[in-house]
Design a protein around this ligand. Structure first.
Ligand code: SAM
Length: 479
């Protein structure tokens, strides 16, 4: 059959067959595979072609002609425009099924792993208001979408000299949508967001402009201790204007007694990151606390902390159960971040050695260990690959590990680090992963060193996105 030729802008009717890579749904038109955004298996939709290539095309739903039984009503009016919650139109139980299947597919197809037990996915207790951190951006030009009633087209116009505070349009770092309500963090977070925007307008304090490199407000970052009730408001600005921040702090603390600290990060650089060259504290201690299990963690404005606190506890509990620690165990926690896994498991073992690239995270890890009265964790700073291949003196100070925990970034482990990990011959490796594809790739490599994947536990940390975490238990079968 001759394949249909599609062009940008073509409108096509499609029956959605399945869910594929990165949450995009899959349809076929005269043999041509089409990846469709905003659809779910079972839908019949009218879609607009956004990219047309020889072997496949990409399209976006503009109208649902016949809804799938897995489709649910949208909760948020910004769906399809703000870039978050790409699966909000899909029933949560179906989202979990897709994610579970994604783990199975990655493990089998990429890892060639056939006999591992893949346990039923652990869903998120809360599928809205689950995030403990949200980062909003300011812009001096609000992006107004021309056709808000459809999600096929994010083109629009700029409302010059306005103040927008919200999220970026997908893949457009220069375009900010005003957001008044988001269902990811809390009602309080929404009220703070709107109060800060209103303050900026009333006080005629301009948003930072990338074009002219002038202005004041850059970002608003709200962090909440979900288990402690602490609330941090971190205002990122281009200028350091203490009078403005004092006035804003007065407005916020009067209106929201829940706020426990207010910080101003001053970022004078061009780069659009919500991290300042320095920070000033205007209210409270400049830090908040949150809890995972019975351990308490100090969180400063720029420190890393797992975004879904309740699910992080489930993820760590799985890792601990899979490791089945003995009190005599020496454990390596590789890619340890701020030491939260090391600290969480510390009571169950003799010693934990954490390794992490970012120095400020190591400082946080040490503070957190101290805060919990823990003395059996040590943290080393450096690139894991180098610490395993070249700068290996540290190994002589510690006994060989009985269990190694790894929790790498989405890109997975460097092949040289996997090789060294394999050669260490620890009886158990617990691999915590935020990307099943790289987990499968690394597990496959570890099989050459005698490791077999015994079981895998998928855990959903980010409802309404296609992201999925999993914990794999690898055991050394042959030496
Ligand atoms: C997914 S996070 C894990 C954090 C931590 N286990 C937790 O649960 O909070 C991955 C961590 O790996 C660190 N990292 C990235 N590349 C690294 C490298 N080459 N060597 C050591 N650490 C690295 C990152 O800074 C980050 O803290």
């Amino acid at each position: 059959m001759e394949q249909k030729k599609l062009h940008y802008g073509d409108i096509v009717d499609l029956t959605i067959e399945s869910t594929g890579f990165e949450g995009k749904s899959v349809a076929r038109l005269d043999g041509l595979v089409i990846f469709v955004e905003g659809a779910v298996a079972g839908d019949v939709v009218k879609a607009k072609v956004l990219k047309a290539k020889k072997k496949h095309a990409e399209a976006k739903v503009i109208e649902v002609l016949s809804p799938s039984k897995e489709r649910v009503a949208l909760r948020c009016s910004y769906f399809g425009t703000c870039g978050g919650c790409k699966w909000q139109h899909v029933d949560y139980q179906s989202q979990l099924q897709f994610k579970h299947q994604h783990v199975i597919d990655a493990v089998e197809r990429i890892g060639g792993i056939q006999d591992a037990a893949i346990l039923p996915i652990i869903g998120s207790e809360k599928n809205y208001f689950y995030r403990n951190k949200l980062e909003f951006s300011f812009s001096d030009k609000e992006w107004i979408i021309e056709k808000p009633e459809t999600t096929d087209d994010l083109s629009g116009s700029e409302n010059n000299n306005s103040i927008a505070l919200g999220f970026h349009v997908p893949q457009r770092w220069d375009k900010v949508l005003n957001i008044e309500e988001c269902f990811l963090q809390s009602e309080l977070s929404n009220e703070i967001l709107n109060t800060v925007r209103a303050f900026a307008v009333e006080e005629h304090l301009p948003a930072y402009s990338q074009e002219t490199q002038s202005g004041y407000f850059r970002n608003l970052v709200i962090r909440e201790g979900k288990q402690t009730g602490d609330v941090m408001v971190n205002v990122v600005t281009f200028e350091d204007i203490p009078e403005a921040m004092k006035k804003l702090s007065g407005v916020l603390t009067k209106k929201f007694p829940e706020i426990t600290t207010i910080i101003n990060n001053v970022n004078r650089r061009k780069s659009q990151v919500a991290v300042g060259d320095f920070e000033n504290v205007y209210y409270g201690e400049g830090i908040i606390h949150d809890k995972i299990g019975d351990k308490i963690f100090q969180i400063s404005a720029n420190s890393f902390f797992q975004t879904n606190t309740l699910q992080a506890e489930k993820l760590y509990a799985v890792a601990k159960e899979f490791a089945d620690f003995r009190p005599t165990d020496v454990v390596y926690d590789l890619y340890c971040g701020t030491g939260s896994i090391a600290i969480y498991i510390s009571d169950a073992v003799k010693q934990v050695i954490g390794i992490e690239l970012v120095e400020s995270s190591i400082q946080n890890a040490e503070t957190n260990a101290h805060l919990n009265g823990i003395e059996n964790c040590e943290f080393l700073c450096g690139d894991l690959k180098d610490l395993l291949t070249k700068e290996t003196e540290w190994k002589e100070r510690y006994a060989s590990p009985n269990v190694i925990i790894v929790d790498p970034p989405r890109s997975g482990m460097h092949p040289d680090a996997v090789e060294e990990l394999g050669k260490m011959k620890a009886p158990k490796i617990i691999y915590v992963s935020c990307n099943p594809a790289t987990f499968a790739r690394d597990a496959q490599m570890l099989s050459h060193y005698g490791y077999a994947v015994e079981k895998i536990q998928p855990v959903d940390m980010f409802p309404h996105t296609y992201h999925i975490e999993c914990v794999g238990k690898l055991v050394l079968k042959s030496v």
